[in-house]
Design a protein around this ligand. Structure first.
Ligand SMILES: [Zn+2]
Ligand SMILES: [Zn+2]
Length: 347
């Protein structure tokens, strides 16, 4: 389903700006210049995004990483990177990624939706968006199947290769054949309308693509937009692909960006030269050059279990925060229509 609302004049202007920046969604008027307002206003009855996990695919501590303090201290354990989107008016909610931590993330999201929804509204999972076929991003789909929830017709939004991968490889094909999931193919440049004034667009991302292409998502509410880009090989590769990260940042209010590694040398005994992923230190250097008016709230997500910035109060975390960036925190929310925000246009 493609967004079919009439295009307002401001959106036409905005689309032109974004087209100049090479933004894929601009072709359908799907790119807007963000307002970069305070993104942590008090909750209201509008849609919101909630962070459900911040770790790299394998979580923290990772299997075999016996020195991680999370084994002794549960507060230092991290779930795989995942966002939830809630529309309290309808009670419907969506997951962005089906991670190995699907069980607890679905539970947390359901609870958040139940607390935010009006009395009498029954919260329900309305769909799952998948960025790509690496283990932390889709394997949680197994919990929808016969041995677990036995779900019926849950829409799973995925780009063409990702959808084909699920349709043609076991055990995922069984979810399709049994009707547990209903694949909804998405195409970059075409927005999915989840509700009036609640849209999701996909942007192609250069990242190793063994089984599927890779996308980032832009979640658009009545007056705010959030970028979810948990995995990328490098910002230079995005430049080469004609989608500089800055062009995406210009259109959103909050950006959750690949923060897998803090810097070289953090993985003991490994030469990290060939490891993809921009280092947080390099991202801070590059994106710190943006004028404040062009920089949304940037929050690093998808942290590897070796990343020192995962620990609040660490020198690495302080370095990130001192530069005006953040590390995403499980449970934090972004209101997409905060009270008093009219959505009247860029300001
Ligand atoms: Zn990943
Ligand atoms: Zn990946």
């Amino acid at each position: 389903m493609c967004h079919t609302e009439p295009v307002a004049p401001t959106r036409i202007i905005i689309a032109a700006v974004c087209a100049a920046a090479g933004f894929a969604l601009a072709a359908v008027g799907g790119c807007a210049v963000g307002r970069h307002r305070d993104a942590d206003a008090a909750p209201d009855a509008g849609p919101f995004v909630v962070v459900l996990g911040v770790a790299q695919d394998a979580g923290a501590p990772q299997a075999g990483a016996d020195a991680h303090p999370g084994w002794e201290d549960p507060s230092k354990r991290l779930r795989a990177a995942c966002l939830g989107l809630v529309d309290p008016r309808s009670g419907r909610y969506w997951l962005f990624e089906a991670t190995p931590d699907f069980r607890s993330q679905l539970h947390d999201l359901h609870r958040a939706a139940a607390e935010a929804s009006a009395p009498g509204v029954e919260p329900a999972l309305a769909g799952i968006f998948i960025t790509h076929a690496h283990i932390g991003h889709y394997t949680g789909l197994m919990f929808l199947g016969h041995e677990s929830m036995g779900a019926s017709g849950v829409p799973v939004y995925a780009a063409a290769r990702m959808a084909r991968f699920l349709r043609t490889n076991g055990p995922w094909d069984q979810l399709v054949r049994y009707g547990n999931i209903r694949l909804q193919e998405i195409a970059p440049g075409r927005e999915i309308a989840l509700a009036p004034s609640l849209l999701v667009g996909a942007v192609p991302v250069p990242h190793r693509q063994e089984y599927s292409e890779v996308v980032a998502f832009i979640l658009e509410g009545p007056s705010r937009r959030v970028l979810f880009l948990p995995d990328v090989d490098s910002w230079d590769d995005m430049d080469a692909a004609g989608t500089p990260i800055e062009s995406l940042l210009a259109g959103v209010d909050v950006a959750y960006l690949d923060g897998t590694f803090f810097g070289d040398g953090e993985v003991p005994g490994r030469d990290m030269t060939g490891f993809p992923h921009p280092r947080i230190r390099d991202s801070v250097r590059r994106l710190g050059r943006l004028p404040a008016s062009d920089r949304p709230s940037i929050r690093f997500i998808h942290l590897n279990h070796t990343n020192p910035a995962q620990f609040p109060g660490s020198a690495a975390r302080r370095e990130v925060e001192a530069a005006g960036f953040r590390v995403a925190r499980r449970g934090e929310r972004v209101e997409l229509a905060p009270a008093g925000d009219t959505g009247a246009g860029p300001g």
